[in-house]
Design a protein around this ligand. Structure first.
Ligand code: ADP
Ligand code: MG
Length: 687
């Protein structure tokens, strides 16, 4: 398939020769519909197939290009089984190498003795023998035996690299249609290469340098589109939306008098920012980031208090029933003495009570509603909703937040999250929100002592747990799996539960895991919170938000199976009172990543430091890949690796939106088109 000179950017992919309905569907899954979309699908990486190396000088375990010829071949294994192994011995003038093809019998005829082959794959050393399993192979000099920097594209199931490459080849000429669309000054100031040149070189690179230039240009334009969109949204809201305005006269003192503690500095600062938002006549849109245990709830309560005292209602949504129960207990304790009516609405609220609640909400009798996503049901209506709070925001989609907000007329919005996100990234991820950070922990908290141990000290560890229970404390034991698994070598929650029950018959031990019914889970967690269970064995279900001050020991079995952020969240379940708390990591692996994670966990408790490290270890894809944040999908930018560009482009975007807030200038027409395309339905744009 050569390049087709008649194709246009806007043509459907089905205009490409060889692309039929089925292939178009696969491409559709990747959001590729037009020739232009295809050109903007960028390689994940490149394979260097410029030069062949010899067998002897080739490094192990790295992709290499070899030129060899076939010496012998042999099919082994049970002749009646389909699963037969094909071994092909090849050599060059430095040495020999064995190629392995499992289920490879059907390939046997392809290889002719003496034939010259070009191979691409990894050499491994096995009992002193060089081997290569399932290499890519071509007859040397064949039309497919192409040298160069080879793009490797992201794919979807059913689509292959070879197909993607030939499609890219087919649309290659069409890239020339792409004209410079960025304002001249931006291009000049930032030394950007031409977009057609960038597209050509990103797909068909001849050397590293043009690839780097091209990447720079394409990342720049992607980030500019993203950040212009985010600034546009934020500015638009600041300008136009008249929000609920809360009386300056309401003082918080009566509520502060009821709180059993003094606010920390971080809480006070955040509260001040919230008060300013509430009192202004534009709607608040604020994210409160605070590490586990930093006391976000109290700040939320103060915002609710102020709202209610100004004559509005407030609603707080949390991701699990357990959390809502915890919240309702706290809120009732604080609000009822002040004559403020707080109610709980969840999936398990009985029909009769539910309809009562709905009536009372509509009539304005209820001041504050706490609940799970039961509160966003269409029939939940408020008399005058002034404040919407979502707790543990990362568990909700942006849409759920929006649906809830639509139950009022531009209510104030407060979202709270304990997921520590590096500050630079938070600006992007929550680009449409103002951000407050509670960076202090309540006074009197002792740092959690974290230890790294291995399986051989399990007995000692649980004796230690027993000792703490005898002192009156409680403990969590977290395991990665629910049940025993043959495939995975680690202890399951059930196994540990049984084991502990046998060994420590005097302890009250509970079990909770993700496969249990919600009600069962809640019942166990409630007994734990009430002090009726000493040791709670669980899977990660307890990860979010649960607050039991008396629990001071967190044992994490097979800690290597958890991510850093997760370990941090888990550890945050203890250290919530004046008692000394402990986190014991039992590690079942000596892998490099596990070692790094353990080191970080043992050396810091700072969620932001941990988040930065986590990002470095895992990359942003895994953390932000879920679209939960409502951030548009990025094609080429790596928010971590390209963090420096992020900062730079931010200023360019801000400047641009300052000069042209509605993106009306002709020189911004294409940018506007791209912003619309990037944000699509996800965020309402008035563009
Ligand atoms: P998170 O930010 O993780 O949601 P919580 O709001 O659940 O944290 O607070 C954790 C615990 O700290 C709660 O028991 C709460 O009562 C307590 N707390 C909050 N603020 C303070 C404070 N300023 N001083 C002492 N204890 C506090
Ligand atoms: Mg909380």
């Amino acid at each position: 398939m050569g390049s087709d000179k008649t194709l246009k950017l806007a043509d459907s992919v089905t205009s490409i020769k060889g692309v039929g309905k089925k292939r178009a569907e696969l491409l559709g899954k990747m959001n590729i519909h037009t020739v232009e979309d295809l050109l903007y699908l960028f390689p994940r990486k490149y394979e260097d197939r410029r030069h062949a190396v010899t067998i002897m000088e080739a490094p192990f375990n790295q992709d290499v290009l070899l030129e060899v010829h076939v010496v012998t071949k042999q099919v082994s294994g049970n002749p009646y089984s389909k699963k037969r192994l094909l071994r092909v011995l090849v050599e060059d003038n430095t040495g020999s190498l064995e190629l392995l093809f499992f289920n490879g019998k059907y390939l046997a005829d392809y290889f002719k003795l003496g034939q010259a082959l070009t191979l691409f794959g990894k050499i491994t050393l096995n009992n002193g023998r060089r081997q290569m399993a399932h290499p890519e192979f071509h007859i040397t000099g064949d039309k497919d035996d192409v040298r160069g920097l080879f793009p490797v594209y992201p794919l979807t199931e059913g689509l292959y690299q070879g197909q993607m490459r030939s499609m890219q080849l087919a649309v290659r000429e069409t890239a020339r249609e792409i004209k410079e669309w960025l304002p001249e000054k931006i291009v000049r100031d930032n030394n950007l290469c031409d977009p057609a040149y960038a597209i050509e070189n990103i797909h068909f690179p001849l050397a590293e340098r043009p690839v780097l230039e091209s990447r720079y240009r394409l990342i720049f334009e992607e980030l500019l589109t993203l950040q212009s969109g985010l600034f546009y949204i934020k500015r638009g809201r600041e300008r136009s939306e008249k929000g609920v305005s809360i009386s300056k006269k309401v003082t918080l003192q009566p509520f502060l008098d009821i709180l059993p503690f003094k606010l920390t500095e971080g809480q006070q600062r955040t509260l001040k920012q919230i008060e300013e938002d509430l009192e202004s006549n534009r709607a608040m849109n604020r994210l409160v980031q605070g590490d586990v245990g930093s006391g976000k709830t109290a700040v939320a309560e103060l915002a609710m208090y102020k709202t209610v005292k100004s004559g509005f209602q407030a609603v707080m949504m949390a991701p699990t029933e357990l959390l809502t129960k915890q919240h309702i207990a706290t809120l009732k304790r604080h609000f009822e003495p002040l004559g403020i009516d707080v109610r709980l609405l969840s999936g398990s609220t009985r029909a009769k009570e539910r309809s009562e609640i709905l009536d009372d909400l509509k009539s304005g009798k209820i001041d504050i509603l706490v609940g799970t996503h039961a509160v966003i049901q269409p029939d939940v209506e408020f008399a005058n909703l002034g404040l919407v709070i979502t707790d543990e925001q990362h568990r909700f989609g942006v849409n759920q937040r929006t649906v809830l907000a639509q139950k009022g007329e531009n209510p104030n919005i407060l979202v709270m999250t304990a997921t520590p996100i590096p500050r630079t990234l938070a600006v992007i991820l929550y680009g449409d929100l103002d951000i407050s950070v509670i960076d202090t922990l309540p006074a009197g908290r002792k740092p959690i002592r974290t230890f790294l141990r291995y399986g051989d000290s399990r007995k000692k560890i649980y004796d230690f747990v027993e000792g703490k229970v005898k002192e009156g404390r409680q403990a969590y034991v977290v395991a990665p799996l629910i049940e025993e698994s043959e495939a995975i070598d680690c202890k399951s929650a059930e196994e540990i539960y049984e084991e502990l029950r046998k060994l420590y018959s005097d302890l009250r031990i509970g079990l909770v895991h993700g496969a249990m019914k919600q009600q069962e889970k809640d019942a166990v967690m409630e007994s734990f919170a009430a002090g009726l269970i000493d040791v709670l064995v669980s899977t990660v279900v307890i990860e979010v938000g649960i607050d039991v001050g008396n629990a001071t020991v967190m044992v994490i079995e097979n800690c290597e199976r958890f991510g850093l952020a997760q370990l941090h969240q888990l550890r945050g379940r203890v250290g919530r009172s004046g008692h000394q708390s402990y986190c014991i990591l039992i590690c079942g692996s000596d892998s490099e990543t596990a070692r790094k994670r353990n080191e970080i966990m043992c050396s810091t408790e700072d969620g932001f430091v941990i988040a930065e490290e986590d990002l470095k270890l895992r990359g942003p894809g895994e953390i932000f890949g879920t679209r939960q944040h409502g951030l548009p999908e990025l094609n080429i930018t790596d928010l971590v690796k390209n963090a420096d560009m992020l900062e730079k482009v931010k200023y360019v975007a801000r400047d641009l939106i300052d000069r042209d807030p509605e993106l009306e200038l002709p020189e911004h027409a294409e940018l506007k088109k791209r912003v619309k395309k990037m944000f699509g339905e996800k965020i309402q744009l008035r563009l």
